[in-house]
Design a protein around this ligand. Structure first.
Ligand code: HEC
Length: 160
Protein backbone atom coordinates (compact mmCIF):
# COMPACT_ATOMS: atom_id res chain seq x y z
CA UNK A 1 0.00 0.00 0.00
CA UNK A 2 2.70 2.48 1.08
CA UNK A 3 4.76 1.32 -1.87
CA UNK A 4 1.97 2.26 -4.30
CA UNK A 5 1.40 5.57 -2.61
CA UNK A 6 5.09 6.41 -2.93
CA UNK A 7 5.02 5.36 -6.58
CA UNK A 8 2.00 7.59 -7.22
CA UNK A 9 3.67 10.56 -5.54
CA UNK A 10 6.91 10.04 -7.47
CA UNK A 11 5.09 9.59 -10.78
CA UNK A 12 3.20 12.82 -10.12
CA UNK A 13 6.43 14.59 -9.26
CA UNK A 14 8.30 13.48 -12.36
CA UNK A 15 5.38 14.11 -14.72
CA UNK A 16 5.12 17.63 -13.37
CA UNK A 17 8.89 18.19 -13.53
CA UNK A 18 8.95 17.04 -17.16
CA UNK A 19 6.07 19.32 -18.09
CA UNK A 20 7.79 22.54 -16.96
CA UNK A 21 8.71 24.56 -20.07
CA UNK A 22 11.86 26.67 -20.47
CA UNK A 23 11.65 30.16 -18.95
CA UNK A 24 10.44 33.19 -20.92
CA UNK A 25 12.46 36.39 -20.47
CA UNK A 26 14.09 34.68 -17.46
CA UNK A 27 10.72 34.03 -15.81
CA UNK A 28 9.53 30.52 -14.90
CA UNK A 29 5.98 29.49 -15.77
CA UNK A 30 4.00 30.04 -12.55
CA UNK A 31 3.26 26.45 -11.52
CA UNK A 32 -0.13 27.14 -9.94
CA UNK A 33 -1.59 29.35 -12.68
CA UNK A 34 -4.42 26.91 -13.55
CA UNK A 35 -5.83 27.35 -10.05
CA UNK A 36 -5.91 31.14 -10.04
CA UNK A 37 -9.14 33.13 -9.95
CA UNK A 38 -10.60 35.33 -12.66
CA UNK A 39 -10.26 39.13 -12.55
CA UNK A 40 -11.79 39.89 -15.92
CA UNK A 41 -12.50 38.59 -19.40
CA UNK A 42 -12.11 40.19 -22.80
CA UNK A 43 -12.82 39.55 -26.44
CA UNK A 44 -10.86 41.00 -29.34
CA UNK A 45 -12.94 41.35 -32.46
CA UNK A 46 -9.95 42.37 -34.61
CA UNK A 47 -8.32 38.95 -34.23
CA UNK A 48 -11.26 36.85 -32.97
CA UNK A 49 -9.90 35.73 -29.63
CA UNK A 50 -11.20 35.26 -26.12
CA UNK A 51 -9.16 36.07 -23.02
CA UNK A 52 -9.41 35.25 -19.35
CA UNK A 53 -7.44 37.58 -17.10
CA UNK A 54 -6.50 35.86 -13.87
CA UNK A 55 -4.38 36.57 -10.83
CA UNK A 56 -2.44 34.88 -8.06
CA UNK A 57 -3.57 35.28 -4.42
CA UNK A 58 -1.76 38.64 -4.03
CA UNK A 59 -3.41 39.97 -7.20
CA UNK A 60 -6.89 38.82 -6.21
CA UNK A 61 -6.60 40.38 -2.76
CA UNK A 62 -5.47 43.69 -4.28
CA UNK A 63 -8.22 43.62 -6.92
CA UNK A 64 -11.00 42.87 -4.41
CA UNK A 65 -9.81 45.66 -2.10
CA UNK A 66 -9.34 48.08 -4.98
CA UNK A 67 -5.67 48.46 -4.05
CA UNK A 68 -4.25 48.35 -7.56
CA UNK A 69 -2.58 51.75 -7.80
CA UNK A 70 0.06 50.45 -7.78
CA UNK A 71 -0.44 46.67 -7.76
CA UNK A 72 1.64 45.28 -4.84
CA UNK A 73 4.96 43.50 -5.35
CA UNK A 74 4.29 39.76 -5.60
CA UNK A 75 1.31 40.28 -7.88
CA UNK A 76 1.19 38.03 -10.92
CA UNK A 77 -1.47 38.67 -13.57
CA UNK A 78 -2.20 35.98 -16.14
CA UNK A 79 -3.81 36.25 -19.53
CA UNK A 80 -4.99 33.07 -21.21
CA UNK A 81 -5.86 33.53 -24.89
CA UNK A 82 -7.89 31.22 -27.15
CA UNK A 83 -9.13 31.53 -30.71
CA UNK A 84 -12.90 32.04 -30.93
CA UNK A 85 -14.83 28.87 -31.53
CA UNK A 86 -18.56 28.13 -31.86
CA UNK A 87 -20.27 25.93 -29.35
CA UNK A 88 -21.18 22.78 -31.30
CA UNK A 89 -24.60 22.55 -29.63
CA UNK A 90 -25.37 26.26 -29.60
CA UNK A 91 -23.84 28.15 -32.53
CA UNK A 92 -24.34 31.74 -31.31
CA UNK A 93 -22.14 31.03 -28.27
CA UNK A 94 -18.46 31.90 -28.67
CA UNK A 95 -16.32 29.56 -26.64
CA UNK A 96 -12.55 28.97 -26.26
CA UNK A 97 -11.07 27.09 -29.23
CA UNK A 98 -7.39 26.58 -30.00
CA UNK A 99 -5.01 27.91 -27.32
CA UNK A 100 -3.01 30.84 -28.71
CA UNK A 101 -0.77 31.64 -25.75
CA UNK A 102 -0.63 32.17 -22.02
CA UNK A 103 1.18 35.20 -20.68
CA UNK A 104 2.02 36.81 -17.39
CA UNK A 105 3.00 40.08 -15.78
CA UNK A 106 5.05 39.69 -12.61
CA UNK A 107 5.25 42.70 -10.29
CA UNK A 108 8.61 43.40 -8.68
CA UNK A 109 9.20 47.13 -8.64
CA UNK A 110 12.94 46.82 -8.08
CA UNK A 111 13.86 43.86 -10.27
CA UNK A 112 11.80 45.08 -13.23
CA UNK A 113 12.25 48.83 -12.71
CA UNK A 114 13.29 49.24 -16.39
CA UNK A 115 9.89 47.94 -17.58
CA UNK A 116 7.51 49.75 -15.25
CA UNK A 117 8.05 47.33 -12.36
CA UNK A 118 6.62 44.41 -14.37
CA UNK A 119 8.33 41.31 -15.75
CA UNK A 120 6.68 40.07 -18.96
CA UNK A 121 6.53 36.40 -20.01
CA UNK A 122 4.67 34.43 -22.68
CA UNK A 123 4.40 30.78 -23.73
CA UNK A 124 2.85 29.92 -27.07
CA UNK A 125 0.41 27.10 -27.84
CA UNK A 126 -0.14 23.75 -26.17
CA UNK A 127 3.60 23.08 -26.46
CA UNK A 128 4.26 26.15 -24.31
CA UNK A 129 7.05 27.55 -26.48
CA UNK A 130 8.68 30.34 -24.46
CA UNK A 131 9.03 33.81 -25.93
CA UNK A 132 12.26 35.71 -25.33
CA UNK A 133 11.79 39.24 -26.59
CA UNK A 134 14.47 41.53 -25.23
CA UNK A 135 13.35 41.18 -21.60
CA UNK A 136 9.75 41.99 -22.52
CA UNK A 137 10.53 45.51 -23.74
CA UNK A 138 8.09 45.30 -26.70
CA UNK A 139 5.35 44.17 -24.27
CA UNK A 140 6.12 47.12 -22.03
CA UNK A 141 6.09 49.59 -24.95
CA UNK A 142 2.46 48.76 -25.70
CA UNK A 143 1.46 48.55 -22.03
CA UNK A 144 2.67 52.16 -21.64
CA UNK A 145 -0.76 53.12 -23.02
CA UNK A 146 -2.05 52.02 -19.59
CA UNK A 147 0.64 53.93 -17.65
CA UNK A 148 -2.02 55.76 -15.59
CA UNK A 149 -3.25 52.40 -14.25
CA UNK A 150 0.18 50.94 -13.40
CA UNK A 151 0.56 49.61 -16.97
CA UNK A 152 -2.39 47.26 -16.50
CA UNK A 153 -5.31 47.50 -18.95
CA UNK A 154 -7.73 45.19 -17.17
CA UNK A 155 -10.37 46.54 -14.82
CA UNK A 156 -11.80 43.94 -12.43
CA UNK A 157 -15.14 42.82 -13.91
CA UNK A 158 -18.09 44.49 -12.09
CA UNK A 159 -19.76 42.34 -9.45
CA UNK A 160 -22.23 43.36 -6.72
C1 HEC B 1 0.13 45.91 -29.02
C2 HEC B 1 -0.17 46.04 -27.62
C3 HEC B 1 0.23 44.96 -26.64
C4 HEC B 1 1.39 44.23 -26.59
C5 HEC B 1 2.58 44.27 -27.53
C6 HEC B 1 1.29 43.38 -25.42
N1 HEC B 1 0.11 43.60 -24.77
FE1 HEC B 1 -0.51 42.70 -23.07
N2 HEC B 1 -2.31 43.61 -23.23
C7 HEC B 1 -2.66 44.54 -24.20
C8 HEC B 1 -4.04 44.92 -24.01
C9 HEC B 1 -4.81 45.93 -24.87
C10 HEC B 1 -4.52 44.21 -22.90
C11 HEC B 1 -5.92 44.25 -22.32
C12 HEC B 1 -6.95 43.69 -23.28
C13 HEC B 1 -6.87 42.21 -23.44
O1 HEC B 1 -7.39 41.51 -22.61
O2 HEC B 1 -6.25 41.75 -24.41
C14 HEC B 1 -3.39 43.41 -22.42
C15 HEC B 1 -3.43 42.61 -21.29
C16 HEC B 1 -2.38 41.90 -20.80
C17 HEC B 1 -2.39 41.18 -19.55
C18 HEC B 1 -3.50 41.21 -18.50
C19 HEC B 1 -3.26 42.42 -17.59
C20 HEC B 1 -3.60 43.75 -18.26
O3 HEC B 1 -2.69 44.58 -18.47
O4 HEC B 1 -4.76 43.96 -18.60
C21 HEC B 1 -1.19 40.53 -19.46
C22 HEC B 1 -0.74 39.63 -18.34
C23 HEC B 1 -0.42 40.87 -20.63
N3 HEC B 1 -1.17 41.72 -21.43
C24 HEC B 1 0.86 40.41 -20.90
C25 HEC B 1 1.59 40.78 -22.03
C26 HEC B 1 2.89 40.22 -22.36
C27 HEC B 1 3.64 39.20 -21.53
C28 HEC B 1 3.28 40.79 -23.53
C29 HEC B 1 4.52 40.55 -24.36
C30 HEC B 1 4.91 39.18 -24.57
C31 HEC B 1 2.22 41.71 -23.92
N4 HEC B 1 1.22 41.67 -22.98
C32 HEC B 1 2.27 42.48 -25.05
C33 HEC B 1 -1.84 45.03 -25.18
C34 HEC B 1 -0.58 44.55 -25.49
Amino acid sequence: MTKYLLLAVLTGFFTQAKAAPAPSNGIDLPRTYKNWRVIGVSHRDDNQSLRAITGNATAIQAARKGKTDPWPDGTILGKLVWKDSRHPQWQPALVPGELVHIEFMVKDSKKYAATGGWGFARWRGMKLEPLNNDGGKPCFECHKAAASTDHVFTRPAPLP
